[in-house]
Design a protein around this ligand. Structure first.
Ligand code: ADE
Ligand code: ZN
Ligand code: ZN
Length: 314
């Protein structure tokens, strides 16, 4: 196991790829072997780019539970092309394959200046290289029945991932700090950064999830947590969050979602971060941020279901 593990990580030099490989194959690699292996190779944590795998899986699970029959059938047949059967299995694909798709780093976010009021395409999405434009592009490929199944599956992987990321408040702002990636914090005794706690630290703290070796996570526990969040969504919220006819002007909806994220970064994420350390601060920050993150994951799930239902209707 140890040799096989080291060989694979060495071969790929890509911790995320290894994570996805082991997750998707439903393998439960020996924790110790993986940790020893990672330690030997001295792998550095990648720059936080996305909700962690737990956040993306929660959004995907909520959406999966609300697909209408036609969309569920189409999703199943696209996923089957690569042996998958659930959206959560592809929800972090975009993080694991950045090497294969160089130049896609900026697809995961939009750097709306923190002090600006709103998204401005000319300023924030130069040459269409931002999450707003890429979500639009990929949704159209997914909805295009004349595109090849392979192209539509690739588009599905992006749509599932990007609807998640656009709901992460720090994926729609920049304060000359790479969306909070360079703001160091001590969160519950652990040195990390502001972006990373919004991607995963706050979710794991709230749901008592342990990060697995190389970002693996407990699928069953996360699915159960997703269903708890889903059950808390009221019919009024559901109706307000996702209006029908998001398509073909999905770009308009994604601008609204990015602006919501940006406002939450201003009003919540960047408030009370003068001395971001210590237990009292961690508790206080956790208490204000978790309700916001819960809502963003729920909104992401509801809206992803609506996008897929519209894109994959007969
Ligand atoms: N890199 C630069 N800006 C970023 C952001 N807002 N989110 C994630 N990564 C980034
Ligand atoms: Zn991402
Ligand atoms: Zn991120």
């Amino acid at each position: 196991m140890l040799v096989e593990c080291c060989h694979r990580v060495w071969q790929t030099s890509q911790p995320y790829l290894f994570l996805l490989w082991s997750n998707f194959m439903n393998l439960r690699p020996n924790r110790l072997a993986v940790m020893v292996c990672a330690g030997l190779l001295g792998l550095a944590a990648p720059l936080a780019m996305s909700w962690g795998p737990e956040g993306h899986a929660i959004v995907a699970d909520i959406a999966q539970a609300h697909l209408d029959p036609a969309a569920a059938t189409e999703v199943a047949s696209l996923l089957k092309l690569e042996g998958f059967d659930r959206l959560d299995q592809i929800s972090s694909w975009a993080d694991g394959n950045r090497k294969e798709f160089p130049g896609t780093g900026s697809w995961h976010y939009v750097d709306i200046p923190l002090k600006a009021d709103n998204y401005d395409a000319t300023r924030d999405c130069v040459q269409g290289n931002c999450i707003v434009a890429k979500l639009d592009e990929n949704t159209h490929v997914l909805a295009d029945k004349t595109a090849t199944p392979q192209a539509r599956l690739l588009a599905l992987k992006w749509v599932v991932h990007l609807v998640g990321d656009i709901h992460q408040p720090l994926h729609a702002e920049d304060n000359d700090d790479k969306g909070g990636n360079t703001v160091q914090v001590q969160f519950f005794g652990k040195g990390t950064n502001l972006h990373s706690i919004w991607d995963g630290g706050i979710i794991r703290q709230a749901l008592s999830l342990q990060p697995g070796p190389h970002y693996t996570f407990d699928h069953a526990a996360v699915q159960a947590d997703a269903m708890t969040l889903d059950a808390a969504i009221t019919p009024t919220q559901r109706a307000a969050w996702a209006t029908e006819n998001l398509l073909p002007q999905i770009v308009d909806a994604s601008i609204v979602w990015a602006d919501e994220s940006h406002k939450l970064a201003q009003d919540v994420a960047y408030v009370d971060i003068d001395k971001p350390s210590g237990d009292a601060w961690s508790q206080r920050y956790q208490q204000k941020a978790w309700p916001v993150i819960q809502t963003r994951l729920e909104q992401g799930g509801v809206r992803l279901a609506e996008v897929l239902n519209e894109a994959l209707s007969n």
